[in-house]
Design a protein around this ligand. Structure first.
Ligand code: ZN
Length: 202
């Protein structure tokens, strides 16, 4: 379990990343960290990209209804103006933010803030997702959380898409995605490919 670093002397800012597949508990872990900071009377704010409209506009909701209020923003640069006097900044669904996020979170950390970035590390094709790889590179602390593969029970690292929509930004729940380990993810893709070929030959 992640424990906050202990600083001797003056407190400085830093970046944490919580990443993993869908259904791996990223948001729950983000909320756990933020709630503890709140209890310690630290000013906490959460932001999420405007694109994520699955749930209530102002909530970061995890799948177990354990929620915390969040502000939707259109561009990562808005973080600079909205975090005056805030000591802990949470960023949820960070994979949907623009590439400037990396620079923005570094500026905030330089200003002495603790930044906690949560997001999908890979898209449904298994490719690094949005600004997450860049933020991982500059972060002090990285936590990869994993789901359980719905086929074999091993640790799941990938988000397998059950629907055929080719658009990367499909926000959804269990009817559209399932967590899979690397092997079951690859097997699914091969079977899908074979199925597609069969249909085309008909
Ligand atoms: Zn598996």
């Amino acid at each position: 379990m992640f424990l906050e670093p202990h600083f001797k002397g003056q407190r400085s800012g830093w970046i944490e990343v919580i990443c993993g597949s869908m259904f791996s508990g990223k948001t729950e872990e983000l909320i756990r960290r933020l709630k503890r900071a709140k209890i310690a009377n630290q000013r906490v704010e959460i932001f999420k990209p405007k694109i994520d409209t699955r749930y209530d506009e102002r909530k970061v909701v995890s799948h177990d209804e354990n929620y915390i209020l969040a502000t939707p923003i259109a561009h990562s640069s808005e973080l600079m103006n909205l975090t005056d006097g805030v000591s802990v900044v949470g960023v949820d669904e960070a994979q949907f933010f623009d590439e400037d996020l990396t620079e923005v979170v570094q500026n905030l950390a330089l200003n002495g803030k603790r930044i906690i970035v949560a997001g999908l590390d890979m898209d449904f094709k298994g490719r690094p997702f949005g600004p997450i790889p860049q933020v991982l590179a500059v972060a002090e602390y990285i936590t990869k959380v994993h789901a359980i593969c719905s086929h074999c029970g091993n640790l799941a690292t990938h988000s397998y898409r059950l629907s055929a929509n080719a658009d990367t930004v499909v926000l959804g729940e269990k009817d559209k995605y399932e967590p899979r380990c690397r092997t079951c993810f690859a097997m699914g893709n091969i079977l899908d490919f074979n199925q597609k070929m069969k249909e085309e030959l008909k």
